[in-house]
Design a binder for this molecule. Structure first.
Ligand code: OXD
Ligand code: MN
Length: 648
């Protein structure tokens, strides 16, 4: 058995020692977080056939990994919130009694690291030493996880030093669940092949994360969804702050006034694109602070101050192009890990809708040859000479739809370095937020932008968010609209209705509620009857952000409607409406209207989702009656008010 290394912090030692005894790895390595160590692990993986080294002239420090076919996205069906009471996990989460789950998972963990190295990753979610930052220790047997965590978080010695002798951290254990027998050769992507053998488990009361069987993304990089959203949302509720699935951006007006905006959109709905957008409006500048997660804490002045707890971008590759997001493409020029994209003959990468012509031949995400399409140089097929129609009919894609790049944030050409480092006016605190946006992919009904009439109305808007399901999750519902409150559906660390209440509490407990951010609902995805998008999106979204800034400043009036405050058409700035994609004024008019009939249906389905949150009671009949009234009355009241106003 490997000897547990010494740690100055007894709690770290105890966590590592416990799992050393259970998992029985051959070796233990404590991650130092240096560049040399990172490169050495990547090179070791190249030797073992687990990484492909990309062309180092074109992509210095970049590698490609291909995952197992069973392990390509988050597994929501195998994700559990194991609170003591089922009702505290709520109706949107899978639940199991924590003691039962621990017993079950311990069986899986027994000897699971045989033949492998156990890595201990000390990591920080946020800039080390910032008052909003939290710390974690992830134990893992996956070198892929180590190098991804090195990019996505701040790892290594500096974290252990900061924790000192008795600093607190979130203990995390992860195993790919594939022990090796003596002499057994490892595979390119070890994992538990059967979906039922995978577990992504959060224990919100113990504040622990146990993950088993998957090596992919949010299932395995435990700082991201498991800690920064599920566990952190529970910490935030208990401590009076917010952990949200939101990008953070800095916008500077032509008058040099700065605004900070967060936006919550479901997975793969364009958070990274908005976070790095090149404004089409002349004179406006946009900078990135984060593209996925925001932690917001109330300040003494009533404002909410936000940090991005992450240190990199785990972005969806397909669709990322010089048109859609040049800054994301530039962010993955060096030091980036690509997963499940196409390898080109010159050692570079390619994916669908990259805006780059496909190579004649390549190797697809499954490791099979692929070939440029006969009649579309921007597509690839599994056989030479296939037409676009044939490829489409076969459902084939050369890069997996949820293929990813893991890129260091420091590569982003428009990074707001100060805000990213958690500084405001040079002090460590986070940036003050002026506006919160909610959104999703909604082909009909939902207007381009809609301003909440109050904080409570904004919470209602967030609670009513919905979107088409995307490939970021393994699901048979891709394309269907599902309710995704605050874009947090897969990430609530506790009961969804209590989470709504917590949002309402942020106003009640604010030092000055007039300073809270204004709330908006945006929808870049409206489609016409002919299926075309009615809003160009991307850089044109700056037109909407400008309107939001003008509303914050009280510079423009709005069309006050039953569903919220909509822009007057004349107030959406259409200057510089040129290029490949343009705003069509007739479409703009249509997407600023209230579709009364559509909204009646919308309100009914939101009501149905509330009923479901209320009624999906625990099996425990003693709490069933309390559960039945869990959704806050204030939100039910808004639902009733909007419904009554629409009926007039
Ligand atoms: C992500 C997700 O990876 O939300 O960010 O799925
Ligand atoms: Mn996300």
């Amino acid at each position: 058995m490997a000897k547990t290394p010494k740690f100055a912090n007894d709690k770290v030692f105890a966590w590592v020692d416990k799992w050393n005894k259970v998992c029985t790895p051959d070796k233990i390595v404590v991650v130092k977080g240096t560049k040399a160590e990172h490169t050495a692990i990547c090179e070791m993986m190249v030797k073992k056939g687990q990484f492909i080294k990309l062309n180092q002239t074109k992509r210095p420090g970049c590698y490609l990994a291909r995952s197992h076919e069973s392990d390509v996205a988050r597994v929501e069906g195998r994700t559990f919130i194991c609170s003591k009471k089922e009702i505290d996990a709520g109706p949107t989460n899978h639940w199991m009694d924590p003691e039962v789950m621990k017993k079950l998972m311990l069986k899986s963990y027994k000897g699971c690291m045989k033949g492998r190295t156990m890595y201990v990753i000390p990591y920080a979610m946020g800039p080390i030493g910032n008052p909003i930052t939290q710390y974690g220790i992830e134990i893992t047997d996956s070198p892929y996880v180590v190098v991804n965590m090195n990019i996505m978080t701040r790892t290594g010695d500096a974290v252990l030093k900061h924790l000192g002798k008795d600093g607190d951290f979130i203990p995390c254990i992860h195993s790919v669940g594939a022990p090796l027998k003596k002499g057994q050769k490892d595979v390119a992507w070890p994992c538990a092949k059967k979906i039922d053998d995978k577990f992504i488990t959060q224990f919100p009361e113990d504040r622990q994360i146990w993950s088993f069987g998957s090596g992919y993304g949010g299932n395995a990089l435990l700082g991201k969804k498991c800690f920064a959203l599920r566990i952190a949302s529970k910490l935030a509720k208990d401590q009076g702050w917010m952990a949200e699935h939101m990008l953070i951006l800095t916008l500077t007006s032509p008058q040099k006034k700065q605004y900070h905006v967060t936006a919550a959109f479901p997975s793969a709905c364009g958070k990274t694109n908005l976070a790095m957008m090149l404004p089409k409006l002349p004179g406006w500048k946009l900078q990135t602070i984060g593209d996925d997660i925001a932690w917001l804490k109330p300040g003494d002045d009533g404002r909410l101050y936000a940090i991005n707890p992450e240190n990199g971008f785990f972005g969806v590759a397909p669709g990322t192009s010089m048109d859609s997001n040049p800054n994301a493409l530039k962010s993955c020029k060096k030091g980036t890990i690509f997963t499940n994209v196409v390898l080109t003959p010159d050692g570079d990468i390619w994916w669908e809708d990259m805006g780059v012509k496909a190579p004649k031949e390549g190797i697809d995400w499954k490791g099979n040859p692929c070939y440029v399409c006969a009649d579309d140089p921007y597509r690839m097929g599994p056989k030479p000479g296939m037409t676009k129609a044939e490829i489409k009919a076969s459902g084939y894609v050369a890069a997996h739809k949820n293929s990813r790049f893991t890129a260091p944030a420091e590569n982003c050409p428009v990074l707001d370095k100060s805000g990213f480092n958690g500084l405001w006016n040079k002090k460590p605190t986070g940036v003050p937020i002026d506006a919160i946006l909610f959104g999703g992919r909604r082909p009909s009904t939902i207007p381009l932008v809609n301003e909440a009439k109050s904080w409570t109305h904004g919470v209602f808007m967030g609670s009513a968010a919905g979107s088409e399901v995307t490939a970021a999750v393994i699901s048979d519902q891709i394309g269907q609209v599902r309710r995704d409150p605050m874009a947090m559906l897969p990430f609530f660390g506790y009961n969804v209705a209590d989470y709504f209440q917590h949002w309402l509490e942020m106003e009640r407990t604010s030092a000055d509620a007039t300073k809270l951010p204004k709330i908006y609902f945006v929808n870049w995805f409206r489609k016409g009857d002919d299926g075309r998008f009615m809003w160009p999106g991307f850089g044109d979204n700056s037109r909407v952000l400008k309107w939001i800034c003008q509303r914050i400043e009280g510079q423009v009036k709005a069309n006050v409607t039953p569903i919220g405050n909509l822009p007057l058409e004349k107030d959406i700035d259409l200057s510089n409406n040129v290029g490949k994609f343009k705003v069509v004024p007739a479409d703009l008019k249509a997407i600023l209207k209230v579709d009364k009939e559509g909204w009646k249906k919308e309100i009914a389905t939101v009501g149905a989702s509330y009923d479901e949150y209320d009624a999906k009671a625990s099996k425990d009949t003693t709490v069933r009656s309390k559960t039945a009234k869990r959704v806050p009355k204030a939100l039910r009241q808004i639902l009733a008010d909007v419904s009554a106003a629409l009926a007039k």
